[in-house]
Each structure stands twice: as C-alpha cells, then as structure tokens.
Design a protein around this ligand. Structure first.
Ligand code: GLP
Length: 248
C-alpha cells in the first residue's frame, strides 16, 4: 500500500488528475471506476478542464461504484445526477460507455447481475475510491464487506445520518443502496483512494495500519498489490511512518 500525503486536497487532486490523464493518453480504451461524494469533486473538475483543453474521453469507459435504491436518476441527490453535474456533462465520454448501477430497477437482483456482467466485459484499469467515516468503500458497510459481487445493501445508521443533510425530509433519506462488492473493487488493476479532512483521519489510520477486518471495509485493500491512499495532511494526521511521502 502506498500513501501520498499533500498539504491540501487541491494539490492531492491535481496529482490524481495527472495519473488519470496519463492513463487516458497511454491506454487505447481505459476503463475507469468512479466514486461519488465530496472527495473526488476537485479531481472531476480538473478532468473536465483537461477535456476542455483537448484530452478526449471518447475511448474511455466508466463504471460507477454505487447508487441509492429508490432514488430516480433525475433526482438532485441521485449518484447519476451527481456524475452528470460534476463530470459527464463536461467531457466527451459517449453515453453508452457510462455504467452506473440502477437503483430503481423493478428487479434489483437482476440489476446487480447485469452490473456484474458489465464489469466482466469491462475490467477496471483504475478505480477511484472515497472513504466513509466508518471505513466503507462504495457502500460496502462494516460487517458486510466480503459480499462478493454487486449487491443491495442496507445503509448503516451512521451513513443514513451523514446523508440526511442532502434530503428534504428524513422520510426521503435512502436506507438501501446498490453497490459494487469488495471483490469487484479488488479486481481493479490499480486503486486510488482519496480521503481528506480530519474527520477521515481515524478511518484512514484503521484502514492502513489496522488489522484487516470486515469491521473496516477499506482495510481489505491491504491485500491488493497496487493501492495508493492519496491524503491531505489532516486525513493523514494519525499515521506514523506510513505517511512516507509528503508533498506540496
Ligand atoms: C458515500 C459514497 C462513498 C463515498 C463516501 C464518502 O458513502 N457511497 O463511495 O466514498 O460517501 O463521501 P465523501 O467523499 O463526501 O466524504
């Protein structure tokens, strides 16, 4: 596991944007796994800017980690909408090369199986991850982390509480999500996890230095051969020697 620590999340995001740019420039048809949440927002802004300056995403395929169950794509808080608002509307990735789990499917089990088939057809070259405060990746919540492929999961009370601010009333806050499984995430050739801010420091420390445990789903990344945690100094605050490289 590599750790790259930057003074600010802005600098960290530039670093990751350059890695994504390099992949797009050197791979004939890269598959990039994408995450939602605040952590990748600056990264997506940089990628949009690169596209504006001539970097083409025409040969890129994207697969997203997760989506709320029961929240339609056009809803302002859907992950479909998030991706449109922060990235897809600014880049030239063809719509038929964008894949996001369908949380409104009438048969969610079938939707999970279809998403796994998509992942089989499009093995992920680079997976971008965020990190939940409880160590979740995608929506692989503590205790459920070894579920294999794409699956429907009940969100933890902590995650539901964290999401409540985005919805008009408590009744609207989703309680379930459809998410890529940890096994699918681990199949990515390369993984970059972004975590910023002091409120992520404990989850970062437990993921990197703690025991591998389903209690901290991101700790399972320790078994992957090519994982980089990209942090700001606040998120790295509880690390010791692991914060080997500090830039910016
Ligand atoms: C949600 C998403 C995760 C994301 C996490 C962290 O739970 N399902 O994929 O990593 O939020 O979000 P943020 O980056 O806003 O801290």
């Amino acid at each position: 596991m590599k750790v790259r620590t930057f003074s600010t999340k802005e600098l960290a995001s530039v670093y990751v944007a350059a890695i994504v740019e390099n992949l797009i420039q050197t791979h004939p048809s890269p598959v990039i796994g994408l995450a939602t949440g605040s952590s990748p927002v600056d990264l997506y802004r940089h990628l949009a800017h690169f596209c504006h300056q001539g970097l083409s995403f025409a040969q890129v395929t994207t697969v997203n980690l997760d989506e709320y169950v029961g929240v339609p794509a056009h809803h302002p808080q859907s992950y479909h909408r998030f991706m449109d608002d922060h990235l897809f509307r600014f880049i030239d990735v063809p719509p038929d090369q964008i894949f996001i789990p369908d949380g409104t499917a009438s048969d969610l089990q079938a939707a999970c199986e279809q998403f796994d088939e998509i992942l089989e057809r499009h093995p992920i070259d680079l997976q971008i991850l965020g990190l939940g405060h409880n160590g979740h990746i995608g929506f692989n919540e503590p205790g459920l982390a070894l579920a294999t492929g794409t699956h429907v999961t009940a969100l933890s009370p902590e995650t539901i509480a964290a999401n409540a601010r985005f919805f008009a009333s408590p009744a609207e806050v989703p309680t379930h999500a459809i998410t890529m499984g940890v096994q699918s995430i681990l199949r990515a050739k390369k993984i970059i996890l972004l975590a910023f801010g002091e409120d992520k420091a404990e989850a970062v420390q437990r993921s990197i230095s703690g025991q591998i445990s389903t209690d901290v789903p991101a700790s399972i990344l320790q078994v992957h051969p090519d994982v980089t945690f990209v942090l700001d100094k606040l998120a790295a605050a509880l690390l010791g020697g692991e914060a080997v490289c500090t830039w910016g």
